[in-house]
Design a protein around this ligand. Structure first.
Ligand code: FE2
Ligand code: FE2
Length: 275
């Protein structure tokens, strides 16, 4: 069993005049990342509820895995609380996002009516996509040059913890009975929900900011989407093969030791800074 996960209770101070386009050199990156952020207070409570249900239903016989699952739940709960605070600023600035927020809430309310095993498969698949997102960002750190440090730190802290807990949801799913077909199906569903949510949120803000008419915006977003698919698809395929485990995936090196700088006294992580 790996070391126990660390539960960090981080705090981010958001200025009232935060520029929601927090990557001024590549505005579309913030627009896309913010759209993913909008999904987190819906997707992460679902994986938390599914894992808690597994704990409550006694599906996790291994006491060490149960401890890891509780820490995983605590990390995810921190993520969506922080994203919700950030999203409130986005909603105040772009009221058109409210409709998308409601649609995302509806989607996850429907998912909650499904079985615990499906919820655990969804959590495992969602974690695979979160891991490849960390890999993609790690390869594209240069895009964060001149980014707002607080916003960049929130996203990087989240991604670093996604790398840290990459195995837990998968192990919980396996402990509940597992099954690669259900995992495969749930992972694709998670991928489509994330992709469509990101697209809808991005289009709403591109429209509000009139960037929707800028060819450069489309060029960047399509290029990033294709490169993300190029990073994600092989991992998604390999992860569904018999015998594969998330531990087989090499961690992105840039994010690997970043969490070592967490300061429990101030509840802060090292602030992002790229020269
Ligand atoms: Fe998370
Ligand atoms: Fe996660």
């Amino acid at each position: 069993m790996s070391d126990p996960l660390t539960v960090r209770r981080v705090r981010f101070g958001w200025p009232d005049d935060l520029d929601p386009i927090w990557t001024p050199r590549t505005p579309e990156l913030a627009i896309a990342a913010n759209s993913v952020s909008m999904l987190m207070p819906h997707a992460e409570p679902y994986v938390v509820a599914s894992t808690r249900a597994a704990l409550g239903e006694g599906l996790i016989a291994d006491p060490e895995l149960a401890i890891q699952a509780q820490a995983y739940v605590a990390q995810e709960a921190q993520h969506h609380v922080q994203h919700r605070r950030f999203n409130d600023l986005l909603l105040a600035r772009y009221p058109s996002l409210a409709r998308i927020d409601r649609a995302e809430a509806w989607v996850f309310s429907k998912l909650r009516s499904r079985s615990t095993r499906f919820g655990l498969a969804f959590a495992a698949g969602f974690e695979t996509i979160a891991f490849v997102s960390a890999r993609w960002v790690d390869k594209h750190m240069g895009l964060l040059r001149e980014a707002d440090p607080t916003a960049a730190t929130m996203f990087l802290w989240h991604l670093a913890e996604e790398v840290e807990h990459k195995r837990v949801a998968f192990d919980v799913y396996e402990a509940s009975g597992g099954g690669r077909l259900r995992y495969w199906w749930a992972m694709w569903m998670a991928g489509w929900i994330l992709a469509l949510g990101a697209l809808a949120g991005s289009l709403a803000v591109l429209w509000s900011t009139r960037r929707i008419f800028a060819p450069s915006a489309w060029f960047r977003l399509i290029g990033w989407s294709l490169s993300f698919i190029f990073v994600a698809l092989p991992v998604m395929v390999v992860s569904a093969l018999p015998g594969h485990h998330p531990d087989d995936l090499a961690d992105p090196i840039g994010l690997e030791h970043w969490l070592d700088h967490f300061d429990p006294e101030t509840s802060t992580v090292a602030e992002y800074a790229l020269p």
